[in-house]
Design a binder for this molecule. Structure first.
Ligand code: LMR
Length: 397
């Protein structure tokens, strides 16, 4: 017997909570778990521009034949421009790009590529970081080191610790950096701090892999891509894993891309052939549907404008919910500093509670968050902020 030897593994620490939540019969249960955007009624909306583009796509499509191995050319062009802005054109000859199954696909491909190019070299992940980063990296055979990133009790970035650790990293190590809306902390370096990080990356000849999963959900496209664009201007090489799950609301369509900046235009073809071969050996090619939608949205001035407006409204709503939640907590505990909640950006914040407390909240109050006390800010709403504040205010330090 082959499969009898397999032991059951625990559910995914983030996605596993979806099932736990839906199996809880309690009325008034609150879901602050998986990072999906929600409106005040708890729904994850289909964005207007996405729905329009999809209708156009269905009306026009004549075939489901294979795409070229790198994916939809117009999608990749659109993503490059979105991420790199005016640099996209200048750096075109040095930028390899491949469509991927979501941001996870891009991260895994990046890890596999790095393992091929730099066998034995390690990857540095922030502490804390998104729960799936380590599985994606070790799955590609990479060994992980950590750099300090955020102190959840003090609600502060650990910039000095981060810089010191990266200064000691061996040359050409891979460093995963989240470009904006840090998952799980919501705390991003400001432009001055990013400049310090990039100084060290450049001095130590490290290779950054930017995880860009929340572009536009922090402040706006330009501000959220600042670190990536600064890096592209000054570094010879870097990678960017792009996800369209959150900012286009295309979660289940698994739509993403990996951009790789090469030191020389002559390296681009070799890079792309390796990316194609790695993808072919795992999943052959990425699914087309989401990429064709994004291609249409970005390629049409009216759809693009509608998408930008809706995205800006989503970002503004997240910022508003942060302030409302901070105010509700402060009203109950005026001595508590909650300014960090409103200062942070994007979908997530860490409350700084230990796992036992988080589990007790789940079991006793039916409030669901990830074990590290990460909340999905988009799960807050005018109706659940009061009971949440009442449950959490006594616990926060
Ligand atoms: C999250 O962090 O909750 C999202 O990115 C969803 C996921 O795949 O973990």
């Amino acid at each position: 017997m082959t499969f009898g030897s397999l032991q059951a593994v625990p559910p995914d620490p983030i996605l596993g909570l979806m099932e736990a939540f839906s199996g809880d019969p309690a009325e008034g249960k609150i879901d602050l778990t998986v990072g999906v955007y929600r409106d005040d009624s708890g729904c994850t909306p289909l964005m207007r521009a996405v729905a329009d583009a999809e209708r156009g796509l269905l009306a026009a499509q004549a075939t489901k034949a294979y795409l070229p191995p790198v994916g939809v050319a117009g999608f990749l062009d659109g993503v490059r421009s979105l991420v790199l802005g005016p640099l996209a054109e200048t750096l075109e000859s040095r930028t390899a790009a491949i469509q991927t199954p979501g941001g996870c696909g891009a991260l895994r491909l990046a890890a596999e590529l790095f393992g091929r190019a730099e066998p034995g070299r390690k990857v540095y992940l922030g502490e804390p970081t998104w729960g799936n980063h380590s599985a994606l990296m070790t799955g590609a055979g990479l060994t992980i080191e950590e750099y300090p990133y955020y102190d959840p009790k003090a609600h502060r970035l650990r910039l000095d610790g981060m810089l010191e650790r990266l200064r000691g990293a061996p040359e050409r190590s891979l460093v995963v950096l989240q470009a904006s809306c840090h998952n799980p902390s919501g705390a991003d370096p400001d432009p001055a701090a990013w400049a310090e990080v990039l100084d060290v990356v450049e001095e130590r000849a490290l290779l950054p892999l930017f995880d860009l999963a929340y572009l536009g959900l922090g402040a706006d496209i330009e501000a959220d891509s600042l670190a990536v664009r600064c890096a592209a201007e000054r570094l010879p090489e870097m990678l960017v894993a792009v996800s369209c799950s959150k900012n286009f609301g295309l979660y289940r369509e698994r739509t993403g891309a990996l951009l790789v900046l090469a030191a020389e235009p002559a390296h681009r073809a070799g890079l792309e052939s390796n990316l194609e071969q790695i993808a072919r050996s795992v999943y052959s090619m990425a699914p087309a549907h989401g990429a064709l939608i994004v291609e249409r949205v970005l390629g049409d001035a009216a759809l693009r404008e509608s998408w930008r407006e809706e995205l800006a409204a989503m970002a503004a709503r997240l910022a508003h919910l942060r302030s409302e939640f901070a105010n509700a907590l402060s009203a109950l505990r005026p001595e508590l500093d909650t300014t960090w909640l409103a200062r942070q950006r994007g979908m997530f914040s860490l409350l700084g509670l230990d796992a036992a407390r988080v589990r007790a909240l789940r079991e006793e109050r039916h409030i669901y968050m990830v074990d590290d006390s990460r909340i999905n800010v988009a799960g807050l709403s005018p109706s659940n902020i009061p009971p949440l504040a009442e449950a959490l205010a006594p616990l926060l330090g």
